[in-house]
Design a binder for this molecule. Structure first.
Ligand code: ATP
Ligand code: MG
Length: 292
């Protein structure tokens, strides 16, 4: 652990909460404000210019993840509120790697990862939120979405799976749905892992070239890559229309895994600290009990 990160960490932990928030603007750095115009092409994909110290970033990430593990325990023990993390990205954007990195060491009882593929026949027979609503987190739980309800205004739109008259009204439905979840005690954080088109080329080529990575590649990825600009236009609408107080979007520069992981972890830990989960008060006096 580098001296820099240790210092940052200690400092943050022992400062009063209000100061803490001012000296750590990072959790919000990549947040899209409600109603903000978004020009995806100008949003950074690289974190190098924002945080130059990879070693310190990794050390801080590990310290934050320990904090996350502790906060998750408390959330689970409290058993009242819920946390939903949503991940969207272009192919090879790093969803799998991010999820693996942030959940390492967390009590598996309290977390779930839900991955959304092309809908089944049964799912298609219902409204687009049916399969989503079934798997949102219950009390005390954390659920991570690998792809999400947003596919229904992304791939569905880009591939013309349904007409605009069907997908356009979904922005409003997405906001209403998330509002419902928030009103029922769910903190929602949404992350778009933003990589450059060139970084995607590099990663896809690596999947072809490295035998152990071959399984991650599909010919379909090349078709999707050709649709890059159309996807960016669809993402722009998602970010502009669906970043709300209840469920903000964050556009994370994701060309470097270390910057991506750190920034997401900071955002998640800040949200959990703000939720401030409490261990339940006891209905007995532990001092008076001796187990025979
Ligand atoms: P990833 O590429 O995220 O690592 P994967 O390779 O494990 O995932 P894929 O089968 O490539 O799995 O990805 C799932 C596919 O399902 C994606 O192409 C995605 O666009 C598609 N999909 C997800 N939700 C929907 C939906 N609602 N309608 C149509 N297609 C969808
Ligand atoms: Mg894929």
């Amino acid at each position: 652990m580098g001296p820099h990160s240790l210092f940052t960490h200690r400092t943050l932990r022992y400062l009063p909460a209000s100061t803490n928030r001012r000296t750590q603007p990072m959790p919000d750095t990549h947040r899209i404000k409600s109603g903000q115009q978004v020009d995806i092409a100008t949003l950074p994909t690289s974190g190098k210019d924002i945080h130059g110290d990879k070693k310190a970033a990794k050390a801080e990430f590990h310290a934050l993840r320990e904090e996350f593990v502790g906060l998750q325990k408390a959330l689970y023990a409290e058993g009242k509120r819920k946390l939903l993390l949503v991940f969207q990205a272009m192919d090879a954007g790093g969803k799998d790697g991010t999820i693996r990195a942030i959940l390492e060491g967390v009590n598996p009882q309290g977390v779930r990862v839900e991955s959304f593929k092309a809908p089944s026949k049964e799912e298609l027979a219902h409204d687009f939120l049916w399969r989503i609503h079934k798997v949102v987190p219950g009390k005390g739980k954390i659920t991570v979405f690998n792809r999400s309800h947003y596919e229904d205004v992304l791939v569905v739109r880009v591939d013309n799976i349904v007409p605009e008259s069907v997908w356009r009204p979904r922005f409003r439905m997405l906001n209403d749905f998330e509002h419902l979840l928030a009103a029922n005690g769910t903190r929602i954080l949404k992350f778009f892992l933003h990589i450059s088109k060139d970084e995607q080329r590099r990663r896809l080529q690596e999947r072809v070239d490295v035998p152990e990575k071959n399984w991650k590649f599909s010919i379909d990825d090349l078709e999707k890559r050709k649709q890059w600009d159309t996807y960016m236009a669809a993402y722009k609408d998602v970010l502009e229309q669906c970043s709300t107080e209840d469920a903000p979007w964050h556009v994370i520069p994701s060309d470097q895994n270390w910057y991506r992981n750190l920034t997401i972890m900071r955002t998640v830990v800040a949200a959990l600290k703000d939720m401030n989960p409490q261990y339940p008060s006891l209905d007995y006096d532990p001092a008076g009990i001796k187990v025979e």
